[in-house]
Ligand binder design. Structure first.
Ligand code: SAM
Ligand code: SF4
Length: 196
C-alpha cells in the first residue's frame, strides 16, 4: 500500500492569468524539463501512484504536456490536471487519448477572477466541447469548479444544498458530488451540460 494518496509536481510556475484571489508565486519562472520530471516520478513512485501537475502556475502552458502524460503512463502514474481552461482549445490534442489522464478540473471562476478576460461564451463553449470529448473515454472524470467571488452573487441556499451543487461529471448519467464551494451558477452550468 502506498503512503500518500497523491503528490503535486509543479510543472510550471508560470501562469497566463492573474486572478485577484491568487497570490503570485515567489518561485522562479520556468518549466520542468522532461528528464527532471522523469526523475521526480522515480523518486515518488514508492509512495504514490497519483500526481497533480500544479501548485501555482497553469499546467496547460507547458510545451511538452503530451510527453509528460506519456512518461507518467510509462511509469504507472495516473494524472489529475487542474487548469483555468483558457488554453484548452490549443491543447486538446495533447490531452485526448492519453491513458494516464484520470481527471481534469476546470477552475471556471478564474475567468471572472482575472481582470481583462474577454469572450466568456467562447471560453465556456471550448471547455464544454473538450469535456464532452474527454468523457467518451472510459474512467475519466471532469470536475467544474466555480466559486462565489463576491457576496452579491452568493446563493441563498443552505450550506449543505450549496455543497450538493458542485459536481464531478463522468459522462454517463451519473453525477458525483464533490465537496467544494460553489454557487447557483455551478448548478446552472451543470444543468446546461446535462441537458446538451
Ligand atoms: C493555483 S491554481 C493552479 C492551476 C490553474 N492555474 C487553475 O487555476 O486551475 C489551483 C487551484 O487553486 C485555486 N486557488 C487560487 N487561489 C487560491 C486561494 N487563495 N485559496 C484557495 N485556492 C486558490 C484556483 O482557483 C484553482 O482551482
Ligand atoms: S489561473 Fe490559476 S494559477 Fe493562474 S492566477 Fe488564476 S488561480 Fe492562480
Amino acid at each position: 500500500m502506498k503512503t500518500f494518496k497523491k503528490f503535486y509536481i509543479e510543472i510550471t510556475s508560470i501562469c497566463n492569468l492573474a486572478c485577484s484571489f491568487c497570490p503570485p508565486t515567489q518561485r522562479a519562472k520556468g518549466f520542468i524539463g522532461l528528464d527532471e520530471f522523469s526523475h521526480r516520478l522515480d523518486q515518488i513512485k514508492p509512495h504514490t501512484n497519483h500526481i497533480y501537475l500544479h501548485v501555482k502556475g497553469e499546467p496547460l502552458l507547458h510545451p511538452k504536456l503530451d510527453a509528460i502524460l506519456d512518461i507518467s503512463h510509462a511509469k504507472g502514474f495516473k494524472v489529475n490536471i487542474t487548469t483555468n481552461g483558457t488554453l484548452i482549445e490549443k491543447n486538446r490534442h495533447k490531452l485526448l487519448d492519453k491513458p494516464a489522464l484520470r481527471q481534469m478540473n476546470f477552475s471556471l471562476h478564474s475567468f471572472d477572477g482575472h481582470e481583462g478576460s474577454t469572450d466568456k461564451d467562447g471560453y465556456v463553449a471550448s471547455v464544454l466541447s473538450f469535456a464532452k470529448e474527454l468523457v467518451k473515454q472510459p474512467d475519466v472524470f471532469v470536475s467544474f469548479r466555480l466559486w462565489n467571488l463576491t457576496k452579491d452573487n452568493g446563493p441563498t441556499w443552505s450550506a449543505s444544498e450549496t455543497r450538493k451543487s458542485s459536481k464531478c461529471w463522468n459522462g454517463s448519467s451519473r453525477w458525483i458530488s464533490e465537496s467544494r464551494r460553489s454557487s447557483c451558477a455551478a448548478a446552472a452550468l451543470s444543468w446546461r451540460i446535462a441537458s446538451t
